[in-house]
Design a protein around this ligand. Structure first.
Ligand SMILES: [Fe+2]
Ligand SMILES: [Fe+2]
Length: 315
């Protein structure tokens, strides 16, 4: 990455910060929480959590738990971007503003889950302690790689929150998660615009960063307790899966950057684009295989469930 790229991008960051501040609407986590459902736990003479108290399905529990813990690790993400983008000028202001907006997500999700007794608060707290202690480390990403990664990651979080809202079966949770998703979308737009400008300034280096970040993409929760189990549940329910990752996260951003039709690449940029194309073809195939298998499984489960009354009738 050209060493002055951060400086070159500063005016673009300043413009996008202004644009963001002009369109971001103020909202308050407390408005979205059904406080009337809350009551004391045993420590204060009430009743401790019991699985029967939760109105959420196992799928909704897994998704809410994962989404909240992901938001909880904000200090790590702050460190990740603050060390790369710096604390000065528009970059520094953005880092602060973004951190404040993200903190709202963890506050709101925790308030909702504790008040409605949606998940075990003891398990949740232990997992939070554990996950925050280990922290999140993206490795040795450059600033260009980091801003590219978060363009996809913010959109992935948007999709995941939005679809989690739909599976909760609770209009209150759905509204809260839709509100959070709006924030994530604006974050994505901010980062996406910075990368678009980087492509104009340094097309080859930026194309390399794009290829590497798409090929190596991982959600930040990989070190979280139960992550593997929960991500399988989340994928099976269609909250976040390979098809959504390819169609609704990676491709729209790549198209916005005109990645496939750019004519300003040198040999290094072309090489990166070829690697990216090969990866996307494979990802698309994997997504198709995953969805086919999921449909087969669903059909099998449905057939089994349909079979139950038949057996009873026959018996
Ligand atoms: Fe968030
Ligand atoms: Fe975000």
């Amino acid at each position: 990455m050209p060493t002055n790229l951060l400086e070159d991008l500063e005016p673009v960051v300043a413009d996008n910060l202004d644009r963001h501040l002009a369109i971001a609407q103020e909202w308050h986590p407390h408005d979205y929480i059904p406080w009337s459902q809350g009551r004391d736990f045993a420590f204060l003479g009430g009743e401790d959590w019991d699985p029967d108290q939760s109105q959420l399905s196992e799928t909704a529990k897994a998704a809410m738990f994962t989404n909240l813990l992901t938001e909880d690790n904000l200090p790590s993400y702050h460190r990740e971007i603050a060390t790369r983008f710096g604390r000065d000028g528009a970059w520094g202001t953005w880092v602060g503003r973004w951190t404040a907006e993200e903190n709202r997500h963890g506050i709101a999700l925790r308030d909702y889950l504790v008040v409605t007794r949606g998940v075990d608060p003891v398990e949740l707290e232990r997992a939070r302690m554990d996950y925050m202690t280990s922290g999140y480390d993206s490795g040795d990403k450059t600033a260009l790689e980091a801003v590219t990664y978060v363009s996809f990651q913010e959109l992935a979080t948007r999709v995941s929150h939005r679809n989690t809202g739909k599976v909760t079966g609770d209009p209150i949770a759905d509204r809260l998660l839709a509100r959070i998703s709006k924030d994530e979308n604006l974050h994505m737009v901010f980062y996406r615009n910075i990368v678009a400008a980087a492509l104009e300034i340094a097309p080859d280096a930026t194309m390399r960063a794009i290829a590497d970040e798409v090929i190596g993409f991982q959600m930040p929760g990989a070190t979280m307790a139960g992550f593997r189990r929960n991500s399988v549940i989340i994928a099976k329910a269609g909250i976040y899966d390979l098809r959504l990752h390819h169609d609704d996260v990676i491709m729209p951003v790549l198209r916005h950057w005109d990645v496939f039709d750019r004519t300003d690449l040198g040999p290094e940029g072309e090489q990166a684009r070829e690697e990216l194309n090969a990866f996307l073809t494979a990802l698309d195939q994997q997504a198709t295989t995953f969805v086919d298998r999921r449909e087969e499984n669903r059909a099998r489960v449905a057939a089994r469930e349909d079979g139950v009354p038949q057996d009873i009738v026959a018996g």
